[in-house]
Design a protein around this ligand. Structure first.
Ligand code: UDP
Length: 324
């Protein structure tokens, strides 16, 4: 049996990946500092340890106590706006934290890592769909931290034989089909949960950031990828590390506009969403969607959820019965 350490396994995408790995015969150790993660999100079949990327002694202890074959690394701060006002927090946690993690891995002879990267490493798109050869010019510190880590991996591969796959996610969305876990951020900034919470009356309305973009209906277009499809890709990446290192996009290749998301959420819930039209949010490109051919070719991965209404249905189910 393979034993994997999931750093940040109490977070949104991490917790779904933990569940998927356990369902597929992996033994899973979850390490999380629980700053943003939820202890309740960690599958009880996993071993949980509290550890922090900025406390090297806590990392060393995890590797000493639990020998693992590979690491899946989700632990990061991920609020774009905050990364602009508090970049130090992001460079410390995301970049230095990952260097600490890699150090602990190398000391303990662990040379395989699957990493949460992001389409934010591309910055303003020059063309869509975005493939992995698209230039990387992130426009905020968050995106820069992820790009720096990708570059560090390449250096560590050459010098220390690190095997790495960085998965560049587009917009993660949805919840576990069985309703057991889902998305829960404090504060919440993502479109789909905000729309669903507005529908439920937990927020006064959803603000649509910009209606004058150069898109079919004037609102921004994004590629929403179901969190269980992301989880599957992490397992496939773990299984490919022996033969491949590099970066792979994870998106459906399809775009949905903000207005389309609101309409789909209204249909799924059968209720109206209160909407307010607001100015553009700084740093939002008009359209982002993935060319996902490389994920198909290298990982043999295909998204199972390609209908945005189905993705929203899982999120709606979670919003109505959430545990955390
Ligand atoms: N968005 C919006 N209102 C909100 C939150 C988001 O109109 O309250 C828009 C945002 O401008 C973007 C899309 O929804 O075009 C997705 O935003 P989100 O923050 O979920 O993800 P991002 O694409 O920024 O990673």
């Amino acid at each position: 049996m393979k034993r994997v350490l999931v750093m940040g396994g109490a977070g949104y995408i991490g917790s779904h990946t933990v569940q998927h790995l356990l369902n597929n015969g992996y033994e899973v150790v979850v390490a999380d500092n629980l700053i943003y993660g939820h202890r309740e999100a960690v599958d009880p079949r996993a071993t949980f340890v509290r550890a922090d990327l900025l406390e090297p002694a806590s990392l060393a202890q995890v590797f000493k106590q639990y020998p693992v074959d590979a690491v899946v690394h989700f632990a990061a701060f991920a609020y774009v706006g905050e990364s602009v006002t508090a970049p130090e927090k992001y460079y410390f946690n995301n970049v230095i934290g990952t260097i600490n993690l890699l150090h602990a891995m190398l000391v303990h002879g662990v040379k395989k890592i699957v990493f949460s990267s992001t389409c934010a490493t591309y910055g303003e798109p020059h063309y869509t769909p975005i493939d992995e050869k698209h230039p990387q010019n992130p426009i905020n510190p968050y995106g820069r931290t992820k790009l720096m880590i990708e570059q560090i991996f390449a250096d560590y591969r050459r010098a220390y034989g690190l095997k790495h796959i960085a998965l560049r996610y587009f917009n993660a969305a949805g919840a576990a089909a069985d309703g057991s876990i889902g998305e829960s951020h404090t504060p919440e900034t993502h479109l789909i949960p905000l729309v669903l919470q507005a529908i439920r009356g937990e927020r006064p309305e959803i603000s649509v950031f910009g209606t004058d973009y150069d898109t079919p209906d004037g609102t921004c277009v994004r590629d929403y990828i179901h969190v269980e499809d992301l989880a599957l890709a992490h397992r496939l990446a773990l299984e490919k590390l022996e033969e491949y290192s590099g970066c792979i996009n994870l998106g459906t290749g399809l775009g949905s506009s903000v207005k389309e998301i609101i309409r789909a959420a209204e249909k799924v819930s059968g209720r109206a969403c209160p909407v307010k039209y607001a100015p553009r949010r700084a740093g939002d490109p008009a359209q982002l969607f993935a060319d996902n051919k490389k994920a198909q070719e290298i990982l043999g991965w295909q998204p199972r959820y390609t209908d945005i209404a189905e993705i929203i249905r899982t999120a709606w189910n979670w919003e109505q019965n959430r545990r955390y």
